[in-house]
Design a protein around this ligand. Structure first.
Ligand SMILES: Cc1ncc(COP(=O)(O)O)c(C=O)c1O
Length: 393
């Protein structure tokens, strides 16, 4: 990474007073404001400089009326997917939606019926549960297995549940919060099962650009047979820190699925994109390669620092290999306190805000999630504070 890039990422940026959820809403979520915010999944890094320039330029026009998809946006996204992920998609497979969570809800509503069974793999991102329950679908859980080599899927359990009538599965790839980057073999095995039992896979790939140590994201649509049974949800917002601009993509090669989804978007009146979201995404996908590489490297270094610190100073806190995402999934069960007592210690003694594992379901009890997409100084202070709080209790 160029020194200039490192300085850009290292520089503290005060986000207080920008109405940002991560820093300004600490009081609402944690009961106090004086915490280091290491929770919600956005980054404390300024985005790609060219994105800022493009937004400023457009803002100067001062007319922000209704807009539409642009061919430039499709091409930029197709270019990114091919260049960075080796995936070729066709322009008309892409539908735009305000957010990946919105898209999850659209998929559930458009592609399943009330009482249909939908499978998820806990511990997993909270809104997966909500998407299933909100529409009166039946929640089927196939928990991931945690063993000495880390987290894996339970294929016997998946097959048994697929064969008893599951209609849809919502996959998290890479997985938030456990940090797995599923291998091609693991995903192909899943797709083969889905094809055998007629299950539709909705693959949430919002974290796809954050992979480390040679782990490579396999895009669901690159797998044999997957284009018949899968819809891919993706977004530049996580990769380039644009979440407040609200823009994401639904990529559906199958014409019937795509028609159902585009009718759903029309029903929800979600077809006219946000001008700034579109410009930011187009520019980031066109110009963001160097920035992205630097951020991934920086986060990997933060992860390595945190692993070293835990090993040396806090061996009672466990973590499985984090192959992707900028979110570290930490096992506090060895600390010898209840989940609630750990939360109290983190907030009121260490003065740090981590996500409670319970946001990811009951299997997250005893676990907490730490956001590593922040200047190194925040990671150091967070771990120092946790260490002091645990040692002095
Ligand atoms: C797996 C996953 N999906 C979706 C989202 C949110 O996506 P959006 O802001 O586009 O709704 C997040 C945010 O943390 C996430 O981790």
């Amino acid at each position: 990474m160029r020194q200039e890039m490192r300085d850009y990422l290292d520089a503290p940026v005060d986000r207080h007073g920008t109405n940002c959820e991560k820093w300004d809403l600490l009081g609402k979520h944690y009961g106090r404001d004086d915490l280091i915010a290491m929770w919600v999944a956005d980054m404390d890094f300024r985005t790609v400089p060219q994105v800022r320039e493009a937004l400023v330029k457009r803002a100067e026009h001062a007319i922000y009326g209704y807009t539409d998809d642009s061919e430039a946006e499709h091409e930029a996204e197709m270019g990114w997917l091919e260049r960075r992920h080796g995936l070729k998609v066709e322009s008309d497979w892409i539908l735009y939606s305000p957010g990946v969570v919105d898209s999850l809800f659209f998929c559930v509503d458009a592609l399943t019926k009330p009482e249909d069974a939908i499978l998820i793999q806990p511990p997993v991102y909270g809104p997966f549960y909500q998407a299933v329950k909100l529409y009166g679908r039946r929640l089927v859980e196939s928990p991931l297995i945690y063993g000495p080599s880390g987290w894996r899927m339970d294929y016997d359990d998946l097959e048994q549940k697929f064969s008893s009538g599951v209609r849809m599965m919502i996959l998290c790839s890479p997985h938030n919060p456990v940090g797995r980057v599923w291998t091609r073999e693991e995903l192909q095995k899943l797709v083969d099962l889905a094809l055998r039992y007629g299950v539709l896979i909705i693959s949430d790939e919002i974290h796809a650009d954050f992979t480390f140590d040679g782990h490579r994201q396999t895009r669901i649509l690159a797998l044999d047979g997957a284009q018949r049974c899968s819809v891919m949800l993706t977004s530049a917002t996580k990769s380039f820190n644009l979440a407040g601009l609200r823009q994401s993509s639904i990529i559906a090669p199958d014409a019937a699925l795509r028609k159902a989804l585009s009718d759903e978007l029309a029903r929800a009146h979600a077809t006219s994109p946000n001008i700034f979201g579109s410009i930011a995404q187009t520019t980031a996908y066109r110009c963001g390669d160097e920035w992205m590489d630097a951020v991934v490297e920086y986060v990997r270094e933060n992860r390595d620092f945190a692993i070293g610190f835990l090993r040396e100073r806090l061996p009672e806190i466990g973590c499985a290999p984090q192959e992707g995402t900028y979110l570290m999934w930490l096992d506090f069960s060895g600390v010898g306190l209840s989940h609630e007592a750990v939360m109290d210690l983190l907030v009121n003694r260490a003065r740090v805000a981590l996500n409670s594992g319970l946001f990811f379901g009951e299997t997250g009890r005893g676990w907490f999630r730490m956001n590593l997409a922040t200047p190194r100084a925040n990671v150091e202070r967070t771990l120092e504070n946790i260490s002091k709080a645990i040692r002095s209790r």
